[in-house]
Design a protein around this ligand. Sequence first.
Ligand SMILES: NC(=O)c1ccc[n+]([C@@H]2O[C@H](COP(=O)([O-])OP(=O)(O)OC[C@H]3O[C@@H](n4cnc5c(N)ncnc54)[C@H](OP(=O)(O)O)[C@@H]3O)[C@@H](O)[C@H]2O)c1
Length: 313
Amino acid sequence: METILIPGTDLRVSRFAFGTADCGTKIPSDQALRVFEIYRNAGGNFVDTAHCYSAWVPGGLGVSERWVAEAVRRFGRQGLAIATKGGHCAFDGYPRPDAFLAPEVVERDLTESLERLGMDRVDLYYLHRDDPRVPVDEIVDACNRLADSGRVRHLGASNWSAERLLAANRCAGSKGLRPFAILQNHWSLLQPSWTSLDAPGDVRYVLDEERQRLAEAGIPVAAWAPVRGVAELERGASGSYDTERNRRRLEAARRVATEVGATTAQVALAYLLSQRPTAIPILGTGNEAHLREALATESLRLTAEQLEALENA
Ligand SMILES: NC(=O)c1ccc[n+]([C@@H]2O[C@H](COP(=O)([O-])OP(=O)(O)OC[C@H]3O[C@@H](n4cnc5c(N)ncnc54)[C@H](OP(=O)(O)O)[C@@H]3O)[C@@H](O)[C@H]2O)c1
């Protein structure tokens, strides 16, 4: 698998990341390990977990990070880029203070994550959500204290706007501190219909108007839920992907899929792989055939006309 050097770091990660939110819960542990073995054998090295996974399942809090610990025991730590996240807002099953990005909260998250992972240090630590009530310079200082402690090699932000992330990085630059090297937001061919995007703790999608600024700043995007929307719409599920525009895009993806002899999920991934800023899809499948299908997209090149047809559908 091709690898990508995250600009400004020594972190080289594979073209696809391995999402573990459901590993050990919705995806039984052994099944997830079988899928992970295929990923490792294909050259994948970028593992994504989080402190709050999978607290939405009764008894699930911490299961994903403990599953990662098990996967590392089985397959070795060598060459892996382990990313986890902390600083998530409260949700059902995950009580948090209102000030969910307070330094002591994130510090405790990191300590617990490292315990569950059985590691002294992670390669990448993301703040899982943003809280626009907190000035970026406070966040930059707190994150740099975590990195200075030696427990975090590089910093990332998840569910942040490009504007806030670039403001934080300007602030870090002016203080000679570490910037956020990577963004992890939702990004896929199909955009969900969320309306509110700026409240504390909201999820975020990579907006069209943000792409150029991120590309110019050399910030890659670890794209979460790269296939979920296609999978949901394909099986006729109603929900946040069930919009007019997405139905047009899915139709366009089906036409392109027929032209190139691929599946619509592969077309959606090939679309992401062709984007600027660099998109690193985080795959969340528990199905071996689906993982192989996803990894095969690396060699699928869409023409400019096909990309335009998808974009403008
Ligand atoms: N930072 C954040 O806020 C955030 C939020 C959400 C997720 N994440 C990260 O992103 C990772 C991936 O998220 P995700 O699970 O939504 O990703 P995803 O891979 O886009 O979606 C997974 C879903 O799509 C289905 N699927 C995958 N490939 C398919 C195919 N070829 N055909 C049909 N269905 C297919 C899967 O079913 P099968 O299992 O049957 O394949 C599963 O239901 C998570 O594990 C987590 O690490 C981060």
